[in-house]
Design a protein around this ligand. Structure first.
Ligand SMILES: Nc1ncnc2c1ncn2[C@@H]1O[C@H](COP(=O)(O)OP(=O)(O)OP(=O)(O)O)[C@@H](O)[C@H]1O
Ligand SMILES: [Mg+2]
Length: 345
């Protein structure tokens, strides 16, 4: 039975009961017939009026409950619609407000889930593609060696070198994926320690020494005169800097310089890596920090990365409550900036 019918039945039966008692009372009051008829007509008229008023008053309640029911049905089929107007008595308005709030939160969570699902699917697709490429080139090189297509030691050594580069690339990719999955599960452990910045930077550069020398690349370092110590996870931040340097080397000509700037004030530590390379247009500035996102041109490079480096860097910097961003224009190089708060780093 509909809620409105129940309301009206309840009201109707109480009116009927009241009118019957009233009319019986008129008869026992020894009134004139005219008076009894008059009073009875009045009682019946007020009963009809009260029924009407009751009907009008309960209509908004019924409407709101109907809207809530319809909306709940829409939600169950993932159609979140628009907020229901709040009307009717206080309790129903409160219920509608709560319902609208819940609807809003459900819509947000649903959108987040959809976004996460989309990015998971993209990640799997991109990663499988990126894993397949080095695998097939390793297979082809091994096949060529096995079939005796290459037999002179020089070519063989070259093939072996390429195979080892591809294996290294696979290894790096797997490590990065593992790292991201650990961070995603919220299990990043920061081992903060007081780091003297000049010493730490030397360790970073030591990592890149071989490839920098290979490219004959100049790195210009700008450190403040009074180098201080800062509190952060030395190894993780090293990974961030190495990725920034890798990117700078990959996206600029070897005959251009790479600049590293470190600045520190009372509250912030600034680390910046600049190159004079191809640069990045504005529409990619946010996207490059998303996992597996690569600008089209970088996808086609022979030893292109996986597009995970900056996503990992962002995770690490944000775990230190810092920020990482890029300043760049196409053709004018790129500057990646990390800002770490020094208070409570
Ligand atoms: N200095 C730069 N100049 C121009 N483009 C850059 C620069 N750094 C990053 N990018 C662009 O951003 C993308 C994402 O960089 P990211 O470091 O996340 O991945 P990657 O270098 O491609 O791979 P990985 O770091 O996982 O080996 C790059 O593929 C490139 O398109
Ligand atoms: Mg990179």
């Amino acid at each position: 039975m509909k809620i409105k019918t129940i309301f009206l039945l309840a009201n109707g039966s109480s009116i009927l009961l009241m009118s019957t008692f009233l009319i019986i009372s008129y008869f026992s009051m020894l009134l004139s017939v005219k008076m009894i008829v008059w009073l009875s007509v009045l009682t019946l008229f007020s009963a009809v009026l009260s029924f009407l008023v009751y009907y009008l008053l309960t209509s908004p309640v019924e409407r709101s409950i109907q809207r809530l029911t319809d909306e709940a049905q829409h939600i169950s089929s993932q159609d979140f619609g628009s907020p229901i107007p709040e009307e009717g008595p206080k309790e129903i308005r409160f219920l509608t407000r709560q319902f609208n709030d819940m609807n809003h939160r459900l819509r947000q969570s649903f959108q987040q889930i959809q976004k996460a699902e989309k990015s998971r699917r993209e990640l799997v697709a991109n990663i499988s593609h990126d894993l397949r490429t080095p695998m097939s080139s390793i297979r082809a090189f091994i096949q060529a060696i096995q079939d005796g297509i290459v037999d002179d030691p020089k070519s063989k050594a070259q093939y072996m070198h390429t195979i080892s580069l591809e294996v290294e690339r696979l290894d790096q990719m797997i490590q990065q994926l593992f790292e991201l999955s650990v961070y995603d599960s919220g299990k990043m452990e920061l081992h903060k320690e007081w780091v003297s910045l000049d010493q730490w930077l030397l360790e970073v550069m030591e990592h890149k020494r071989f490839s920098l020398e290979e490219q004959g690349r100049q790195v210009i370092i700008d450190l403040p005169d009074r180098v201080q110590k800062a509190l952060f996870d030395k190894e993780k931040m090293k990974r961030v800097m190495i990725n920034l340097l890798d990117n700078a080397m990959r996206h600029s000509n070897p005959d251009t310089n790479i600049d590293i700037l470190i600045q520190q004030n009372d509250s912030t530590l600034l680390l910046a890596v600049s190159d004079q390379g191809e640069g990045i247009s504005k529409e990619h500035h946010e996207l490059i920090f998303e996992r597996t996102y690569r600008i089209e041109a970088s996808r086609n490079q022979k030893y292109a990365g996986t597009g995970l480096g900056l996503a990992i860097a962002k995770h690490i910097v944000e775990a230190h409550k810092g920020k990482i961003n890029v300043n760049s224009e196409p053709g004018k190089g790129a500057t990646f900036q990390i800002l770490l708060p020094l208070e409570g780093v």
